[in-house]
Design a binder for this molecule. Structure first.
Ligand code: PLP
Length: 359
């Protein structure tokens, strides 16, 4: 069986090169006589793996020294609670934009810790666009302003940010590392790894240092960012193997030329797919053109029967996991960094063939 093109939204496809390196190193990492999985997180060998992964991420994203970089557990979902717990101690109010299921979950958690103001939502049209936000919409006394930068389920993505003095918190789980961003525009950036970083099990949190002063020291130890900052993400055993693979992905990205180069490739992939859908008489895309995600491309056929037929026949051609999220139906092609251009080309070729035989 050959490898397939896996369009899964997450856990998602990884660079083949990374899988090959890790498989070569599986039983005996760099003559240590053991697998990375078997290493003490306090060992010299592992410390080097960890330090390099962290530094490579800092290099790739050009993270200023006024930020801390943490590798935590509990997924992006734990951050939905951890963020308000840690930084909602000022006015005790936070401002949110509701752009889908992940924002909704974050809103629900924040409500346990203070006042939540949802200033815009695209729920009424099944989240098929990103609401326009102006600076004056954001309460200046809010503790933070929260967005989901890429909406994995619906295929929408923020292309710009409102100007505000309020710290912006962004859930970048599904578009972190897909393009260069200005880290200084944000208070907190976080992302579960299993979409565009590596295997599940590790969550990256990038937090501006001044925000760390907001927690009053009464939080449970594991839920206080300061615990993890002080211990450099080693207060307890970190997800060692996930961090190692993430580190290999960071090195792969560096070899590719970094984020401005990967952005070009991602744009080429997304353009190929969207251009075809836009000109197709059979396939259509429910998302507002200006907000289309470069990472998760959603599309539909005129009937449920055709959707099901397409997904089934695509799978037979080695184009896997194209079913849309159960809440929206249709199809979704997740084309993260690790999805090669050839994979998207193979998908578009198959879509053309399907269109010809299903007029
Ligand atoms: C997948 C996803 C999550 C949830 O991540 P977990 O690590 O499973 O908690 C949160 N936000 C976005 C945008 C996602 O795509």
């Amino acid at each position: 069986m050959e490898r397939v093109y896996n369009f899964s939204a997450g856990p998602a496809t990884l660079p083949l090169e990374v899988l090959e390196i890790s498989s070569n190193e599986m039983t005996n990492y760099h003559s240590s006589g053991m697998s990375v999985m078997e290493m003490s997180h306090r060992s010299k060998e592992y410390k080097k793996i960890f330090d390099e992964a962290k530094q490579d991420l800092i290099d790739l994203m050009e993270i200023p020294s006024t930020y801390e970089v943490l590798f935590l557990q509990g997924g992006a979902s734990t951050q939905f609670a951890m963020i308000p717990m840690n930084i909602m101690g000022g006015s005790n109010k936070a401002v949110f934009v509701d752009t889908g299921a992940w924002s909704t979950k974050a809103i629900k958690e924040a409500k346990n810790f203070g006042e939540v103001k949802v200033i815009a939502s695209s729920k009424e049209t099944t989240y098929n666009y990103i609401p326009e936000i102006k600076s004056e919409d954001i309460d200046t006394d809010a503790d933070f302003f929260y967005i989901t930068s890429n909406n994995t389920i619906y295929g929408t993505e923020y292309k710009s940010l409102p100007k505000t003095e309020v710290p912006i918190v962004a859930d970048m789980s599904s578009n972190i590392l897909s393009k260069p961003i200005n880290v200084s525009d944000y208070g907190i950036i976080f992302a579960g790894a299993q979409k565009n970083i590596g295997p599940s099990g590790v969550t990256v949190v990038i937090i501006r240092k001044d925000l760390l002063e907001r927690s009053d020291g009464t939080l449970p130890t594991m839920f206080d960012y300061n615990t993890h900052v002080k211990a450099d993400s080693m207060f307890n055993t970190p997800p060692t193997y996930s961090i190692y693979i993430a580190g290999l992905v960071f090195k792969w990205l560096k070899r590719k030329g970094g984020l401005s180069e990967i952005e070009k490739i991602n744009k080429k992939k997304a353009d190929l797919l969207y251009d075809y859908i836009d000109n197709s008489k059979l396939f259509s895309n429910p998302v507002a053109k200006k907000d289309c995600s470069a990472m998760n491309v959603t599309f539909i056929l005129p009937s449920e029967e055709l959707n099901a037929k397409f997904i089934e026949e695509a799978a037979k051609k080695g184009l896997k996991t194209l079913k849309g999220h159960r809440s929206v139906g249709g199809m979704r092609a997740s084309i993260y960094n690790a999805m090669p251009y050839e994979g998207v080309k193979a998908l578009v070729d198959f879509m053309k063939e399907f269109e010809e035989t299903n007029q």
